[in-house]
Design a protein around this ligand. Structure first.
Ligand code: UD1
Length: 383
């Protein structure tokens, strides 16, 4: 059977949570080097060394082929700048496919540009929904999925959401979670990380915190109550808190300082060292999307400081506790967990380290047939 193969593919990364999603796909594409020319475009949405460069190094990613350097700005500015610059790249490079991941502003911006130029787009991590349209990420998810050609889904809820929204099933592929591919690929490196020693931490005896959502950290009252909460929790366990630039700016802006030597405030931490902290933590308190999934895979207790999650499998069968944004409830849940009331947790379906290979087979096998036909051919080994 003659199969017309895709040649040039551009994957887009923009912000920190994108890098670990594209890395396994890039590594998997290398097995098809004679058929696929894979290029990476970094929009520059995140630009600090500790938010970006260190991730490329940790994940063994090559230097990006294109760097748009858009930086910070309002949502409209950031999205518009990515669109203007990315259009120039697509007009020059004319790829057959653009791959976007996650739900950041760069994701929706690049999908919109590609689809208006009639270039096929694939969205990895499609179908996740918080059903909260005040979250910019929810708008990004809805728009990206509505115009993408391949929708690669990480958990069952994604399938249901896309079908309910009327997306044709031939476009939808349940492939599992690429971020877990990265985690599995880097776990042994994390085991030899020196980060625990560097911060004087004992496995299963500390709390790891990350908080960056504007809805949390832009509020002076929330930040104030957070510091008070950490002071109380630090009497029970040491706390390590790698601080996102947005959170740092607000902490400084509101004039807060922690003088508690059991609360370790640090700059953002690279992928491998952060993985070591995640694996060894007794408890994680976060408002991140990805950390809810990583902690579920590792069976580590996680409290999510949000009123909803677009990743319901992590609360349904994983170790994630959705506590809401009321810090009293967060404290109560944290104390219960530290006293031994832990969720057992299971690893969700297809979070097995082979997601990127499934995606690669589907993309390499694509030859203009319908999605489900391609999937069937891939399964039969004809892809
Ligand atoms: C973005 C994503 C969010 C993701 C998060 C992970 C959107 C809408 N949001 O939010 O989904 O969970 O990344 O980190 O796309 N800044 C720096 N250095 C950097 C990057 C940002 O100082 O390298 C500062 C910016 O000046 C800005 C703030 O951090 O004030 C926020 O950056 P931005 O990219 O707007 O959004 P995030 O909050 O990081």
């Amino acid at each position: 059977m003659r199969v017309v193969l895709l040649k040039k593919i551009i994957s887009v990364v923009g912000a920190r949570p994108n890098f670990m999603k594209v890395a396994p796909v890039h590594h998997s594409f290398q097995k098809y080097k004679d058929k696929i020319n894979h290029l990476v475009c970094h929009t520059g949405q995140h630009y600090d060394e500790k938010m970006s460069k260190i991730f490329f190094e940790d994940l063994g990613m090559p230097h990006p082929n294109f760097y748009l350097g858009v930086g910070s700005g309002s949502h409209a500015e950031q999205t518009a700048k990515v669109m203007i610059e990315f259009e120039k790249i697509l007009l020059k490079e004319k790829p057959e496919l653009v791959i976007v991941v996650g739900d950041v502003n760069s994701t929706v911006a690049c999908t919109l540009v590609a689809s208006k130029l009639n270039i096929k787009t694939a969205h990895i991590e499609a179908g996740l929904r918080s059903f909260d349209r005040t979250m910019p990420e929810e708008i990004n998810r809805l728009l990206t999925d509505s115009i993408s050609d391949f929708l690669f889904v990480s958990e069952e809820s994604g399938l249901k959401n896309l079908k309910k929204e009327g997306i044709p099933s031939k476009k939808i592929f349940f492939v599992g979670n690429v971020m877990i591919d990265s985690l599995i690929q880097n776990l042994s490196k994390a085991e030899s990380s020196g980060v625990m020693k560097e911060f004087g931490l004992t496995p299963s005896e500390f709390i790891l915190v990350t908080l960056h959502r504007p809805s949390n950290v832009d509020s002076e009252k929330f930040i104030k109550n957070l510091i008070l909460l950490f002071d109380r929790l630090a009497k029970k366990r040491k706390i390590i808190f790698p601080v996102h630039p947005r959170t740092k700016k607000n902490l400084l802006g509101f004039g807060f300082k922690s003088g508690n030597d059991r609360i370790l405030l640090t700059d953002p931490i690279g992928y491998i060292d952060f993985l070591a902290l995640t694996k060894n933590a007794e408890l994680i308190i976060t408002d991140s999307g990805g950390i809810q999934e990583e902690s579920t895979y590792l069976g580590v207790q996680c409290i999510t400081v949000r009123d909803n999650t677009e990743r319901p499998v992590t609360t349904r069968i994983g170790t994630n506790h959705l506590a809401g944004t009321n810090l009293k409830k967060v404290e109560k849940t944290a104390i219960e967990i530290l006293n031994g009331k832990k969720k057992k947790g299971k690893v969700p379906e297809l979070w097995d380290g082979k997601t990127a290979d499934r995606i690669t087979r589907i993309i390499a096998g694509y030859n203009g047939r319908s999605g489900s036909e391609t999937m069937r051919l891939c399964e039969m080994g004809n892809g």
